[in-house]
Write a protein that binds this ligand. Sequence first.
Ligand code: J2J
Length: 541
Amino acid sequence: MNAALPGFVPWPEEFAARYRALGYWTGENLYAGLARGVREHPERIAIVCGERRWSYAEFDQRARRFAAGLHRTGIGPRDRVLLQLPNIGEHYIACHALFLLGALPVFALPAHRRAEIGYFVGHAQARACVIADRDGDFDFRAMIREVRAEHACLSEVVVVGEAEEFRGFDGLLDEPLAGEGSDASEVAFLQLSGGSTCVPKLIARTHDDYLYSVRESARICGLGGDTVYLCALPAAHNFPMSSPGALGVFHAGGCVVLARRNDPQSCFELIQRERVTLTALVPALALAWLESRLRARYDLSSLACVQIGGAHLAGEVARRVPEAFGCRLQQVFGMAEGLVNYTRAEDDAALTLTTQGRPISADDEIRIVDDDDIDVAPGEVGHLLTRGPYTIRGYYRAEAHNARAFTADGFYRTGDRVRRLPGGHLIVEGRAKDQVNRGGEKIAAEEVEGYLLAHPAVFDAALVAMPDRWLGEKSCAFVTLREPAQATPRELAQFLRERGIAAFKVPDRIEFLAALPRTAVGKIDKKALRARFAAPSAVPA
Ligand code: J2J
């Protein structure tokens, strides 16, 4: 193996050797699925994006041509390239072009703004980015101009659409680059963590470890050449990318249909038109689809399975899925750091409806522990710790944080509270991490509190989750003000927006208190703050 990317935490050699010996890590890289598709069924459709339909051969050619263009600009092995694209085919082209070059995509979400993008570019020392021109009123080029003014490392900007002074995506397509891609033991990309700290963490995944999870996911979910997958969640998110997601579908030789928008009508139209067999939703989206009257107007009979994951799925919503969509429900409990659990086709209704599945691998080690890291009795609720062939051993360039987020023997502290049934299925009971899960979008409380504390009138701030019928959770910031300073909730929300953060992080509600409740040791008592929403009268309509 070559010396690793600086900042990447490798598996100890004895574990790596074992994962190879067991055949988990095969030495194939993430371009291999596409390369095989081109060899075995070049004419088959791989990607549907609006009216565009690309076969495996065309997909491969475009990825190779884009790789050649990027290479010409000086992008090479291990260079980091930020990708921030909506659900369009260019996302998969760019991503595979980078795999071919051995350069590393840094996956940003379309909702991210100047603050997040600037941080990712700086932390990853990205040399280039691939963005869209605009989304509605928002101009990504203007945002990147500001990011570039602060981060000189970002020398190349590639734009899908109107490029203005930057390089146009199509203009960069060159004579196809030959080659097979990089060494599979190398880091393949940097993915974002949901996070619970003041700055987001980046997750470095290798080709070997990620491909193992993709390959096994495709097998567990029964994917094949006839799979038609609707990508309704943001394509860069770990769930629609790998569980089994688009990469699983490409691996199995199926077709990925991109949904530019994920409202019920747009998605139902695509399901009917393309005869979609599988899709992945967060509970909030599943609920929106279930509640939509439009459902009856479309032929959704091609659906064989709807996967739901990313946040707590209420039992009554789970029960409605099979009947409403006339297909199987699969629960998925995963994380970009690694571990993914699935309910299986052979599970009975009780397991499918009430558990979040069991791990992919026989070598996913699961520990459920109390606050002192002592294993709880079987069946009891505790903190989930995990280690295995596709779970990271440390975040990228985050040494101090890694000492807390991982045990000395390499288990990742997921921050989730779970219990385990005798057959290995896990039930997520809650979480210990300081995060709001807003319809599957993760908000690190500390990060938003930091932005609030930067306002001159704010003395103290605490962000907590409040229950919401549609999203599961929304965020509420409790704030104390400096005397005699004045501010309104609206002003504070506006202040946060001006910091350039993703809209989903701006608190849904801001409440002023004379003082924040404290625990015996003087920490802000978030349990007491959350309890304010427990009384039915306090739950927002
Ligand atoms: C409750 N909480 C869940 C579930 C994730 C597949 C599916 C999801 C993700 C994902 C992913 C949950 N019930 N079914 O990467 O590959 C919460 C947990 C977890 C965190 C991870 C995948 N499924 N969660 O959601 O990195 O708190 O990945 O630790 O975005 O989401 O978030 P993320």
